[in-house]
Ligand binder design. Structure first.
Ligand code: RIB
Ligand code: CA
Length: 314
């Protein structure tokens, strides 16, 4: 099956990320996509502290043979509230494999200035894929109102819309980590795509499927090792869900899911509703991924990473 790329023009991508096991798979997918160019990674404290997320981003690029891609360091903590990493899921190092220490260092600019310059440097800027707390994007918009309109698109992994959260019963990790930033970005009114937990839970693989994984490329083998390493860290783990990879897949192939146009709000008051994502109106400017075509997602994933030995998980 051929990949459904946006053939009009190669996709120029900047990934804002807190690697992070699933971030790592998403980054490797983007690097493998022939019709996309990863211009840079910007980092944010989330799954792990900013320093570790930044180190992991540099280490992944080095392991992928792309040490020249810039990594710009972003926010260490949310706009307000405490920084609460997700060590249980990602492990203290943030990745489920040991990678050699990177020799490259971060870009001279911080993430906000780097993103601003990238968006201002051409009439249509890069597509921004946000895979962690939205602190960097919120700070970018606060410093330069309207600048995200210059992007080629914004795809966000976050939120739990009409489904249970993964940090509290109502809140998903990225939005729970910085609800003020999430509320600000989703409330901008500019068109963007949101991949929430309800969408991501439609695409996962079992421990047995992961064990059977093999790959035809070094990128694919690294990605397989990362997923297999995640299962190995805890024998209770039975299913790995492709949170951040689904956001990259949708950027590469919008046909991977149907979309529901909504307006969303995010809870910003301390208590049970902190970080909760609620539909505030329909239709609206946010294209919310609804029904995922799991076969199309796994075909894309399998082709990008040349993964073999796992059948589609319905
Ligand atoms: O809730 C899932 C999201 O939180 C993913 O981006 C994962 O990497 C974590 O950051
Ligand atoms: Ca992430």
């Amino acid at each position: 099956m051929t990949i459904h790329y946006n053939l009009e023009a190669p996709l120029r991508l900047i990934l804002d990320t807190d690697p992070g096991v699933d971030d790592a798979i998403a980054i490797l997918m983007a690097l493998a996509a022939r019709q996309a160019e990863v211009l840079a990674l910007t980092t944010v404290g989330g799954n792990v502290p900013r320093a570790r997320a930044t180190r992991n981003a540099l280490a992944l690029l080095q392991a992928a043979g792309r040490p020249g891609i810039p990594v710009a360091r972003g926010a260490a903590r949310p706009l307000s509230g405490r920084f609460r990493p997700s060590v249980a899921f990602h492990g203290p190092g943030g990745l489920s494999v040991r990678l050699p220490e990177p020799s490259a260092t971060t870009a001279g600019q911080g993430a906000v200035d780097f993103l601003a310059d990238s968006l201002m440097s051409s009439p249509t800027g890069p597509t921004i894929i946000a895979l962690g707390p939205l602190t960097n994007l919120s700070r970018l918009e606060r410093s330069r109102p309207g600048i995200l309109h210059r992007s080629g698109g914004v795809v966000i992994m976050g939120g739990a819309v009409e489904t249970a959260g993964n940090v509290t019963p109502r809140a998903e990790f990225n939005f729970h980590s910085d609800p003020l930033a999430a509320a600000h970005v989703l409330g901008l009114g500019s068109p963007m795509t949101l991949v929430d937990l309800a969408a991501c839970r439609q695409v996962g693989i079992s421990r047995e499927q992961a064990a059977g994984l093999s790959a035809g490329t070094s990128l694919g083998r690294l990605a397989a090792r990362i997923v297999q390493g995640w299962f190995a860290r805890d024998e209770r783990r039975q299913r790995f869900e492709f949170y951040d990879p689904l956001a990259v897949a949708l950027a590469l192939d919008p046909g991977v899911a149907t979309m529901r146009p909504v307006a969303l709000t995010v809870g910003v008051t301390e208590g049970d509703h902190w970080g909760e994502t609620t539909i505030a109106g329909e239709p609206g400017p946010i294209a919310l991924a609804a029904k995922v075509d799991a076969s199309r997602f796994f075909d894309l994933l399998g082709e990008l990473l040349e993964w073999r030995g796992f059948e589609v998980n319905a």
